[in-house]
Design a protein around this ligand. Structure first.
Ligand code: SAH
Ligand code: SF4
Length: 364
């Protein structure tokens, strides 16, 4: 309808317009995705950047209700990949011109962990002659820890807010000292202040979540003025408390479609940020990530975790590529990205353009 089409061009949008966009179907949805793909090409180009993902440990001190590796899940084998294997994976990323990598794990806040991460960051910088960009996604930490890791070489941080609606946040997390909405928010402010390229995101299709919640999430990201975003469909896991609501979730296909609507809407709202095509998209549709690259996403995170450990990093079920080695994934991915009409920015960091423009505005 005319109103929907006309508002696609504006970057300042109201809740009503965004709600309509994220829930759109049929021709309205087709138009939204197409428009986002065009804006993407115009503002950030056709290039897609690789971040080799190393999920180095599933040990976690938290108990998020949706996550398969939550502390209270006794049905999984815990692992912690040793430093040598992590550095080997980093070497693989460097040799294959991945440009950057992401270190991700469950959340730990002990000194041993903090020091180990610093050591690894220095090690990765050294083995790549400073050429590998490093994103970390290690949960909520103190300002000192974030600073230490920044100084050790990490320059991007991913911390999803999961939902920007406080009420919904507490439906998907325990409400205690270790799971606090305000703390998570404060961490995002701190990361920005320290100079990280800061990324957040949400899950799409959570129990109790509405289209209005998702529209609010988009406005939250705009307001926070983030540099990067990683968001994808929620996929239920048997051994988690949220599983009890599995029969009232949107069908997987709908969660997938709304995730694409969210990516496209965010690209229109924040044209120069980096948006990742989340792995969870691929768990629903074998070419899910490639479809996201055509409607706004410009970052992809090939999994380079040593294969034997992959099966135990099951945040959700049916996680893709848990059997394949990194090499295998690399070759198929290149072809798939080309088929999606995109190019791989080999050896480039592919930093968020938005980060540099907001920093230079601050200096003026
Ligand atoms: N422990 C860190 C990073 C690892 S979890 C943290 O929580 O920030 C990375 C992301 O996986 C989370 O932010 C969450 O959004 C996503 N995730 C967890 N369980 C999921 C599920 N069941 N379906 C989809 N995404 C999930
Ligand atoms: Fe731990 Fe992150 Fe999973 Fe929460 S989402 S239980 S912090 S790994």
């Amino acid at each position: 309808m005319a109103t929907g089409i006309n508002t696609l061009n504006k970057t300042s949008k109201t809740m009503d317009e965004l709600t309509r966009q994220v829930s759109s179907e049929g021709s309205e949805k087709t138009l939204l995705l197409k428009k986002a793909g065009k804006i993407q090409e115009k503002v950030v180009g056709k290039k897609v950047f690789y971040r080799g993902l190393i999920e180095f440990s599933n040990v976690c001190t938290k108990d998020c209700y949706y996550c398969g590796i939550r502390k209270s899940n006794r049905n999984i084998a815990r692992y912690d990949i040793d430093d040598d294997a992590i550095l080997k994976a980093a070497k693989f990323a460097h040799e294959n011109k991945y440009g950057s990598l992401v270190l991700q794990s469950g959340e730990r806040n002990d000194d041993k962990f903090t020091e180990r991460i610093s050591r690894l960051l220095h090690g990765i910088k050294k083995l790549s002659n400073g050429e590998l960009g490093i994103t970390i996604s290690l949960g909520e930490q103190t300002r000192e820890t974030y600073k230490e890791w920044f100084n050790a070489g990490a320059h991007r941080y991913l911390l999803r807010i999961e939902s920007s609606d406080e009420e919904l946040y507490y439906k998907i997390h325990p409400h205690d000292k270790k799971h606090n909405f305000q703390t998570r928010l404060n961490c995002l402010y701190t990361l920005k202040e320290l100079g990280y390229q800061t990324g957040t995101g949400v899950m799409i299709g959570l129990p109790f979540q509405t289209y209005e919640h998702l529209a609010k999430d988009l406005l939250f990201m705009k307001e926070l003025d983030i540099d990067m975003c990683g968001m994808g469909p929620f996929i239920e896991h048997h051994d988690t408390p949220l599983y009890q609501y599995h029969d009232r979730l949107w069908p997987l296909k709908r969660r997938f479609e709304v995730a694409l609507n969210m990516i496209a809407s965010l690209r229109l709202l924040m044209p120069d940020i980096n948006i990742a095509a989340a792995t969870a998209l691929q768990a629903i549709d074998p070419v899910g990530r490639e479809r996201a690259l055509q409607c706004g996403a410009n970052v992809i995170m090939p999994n380079i975790t040593p294969t034997i450990n992959r099966k135990n990093y099951l945040l959700y079920e049916n996680k893709p590529c848990t059997d394949e080695g990194a090499d295998e994934c690399t070759h198929c991915l290149h072809a798939r990205i080309q088929m999606a009409g995109r190019e791989v920015g080999y050896g480039e960091w592919g930093d968020s353009k938005h980060y540099f423009s907001r920093r230079s505005q601050k200096l003026q």
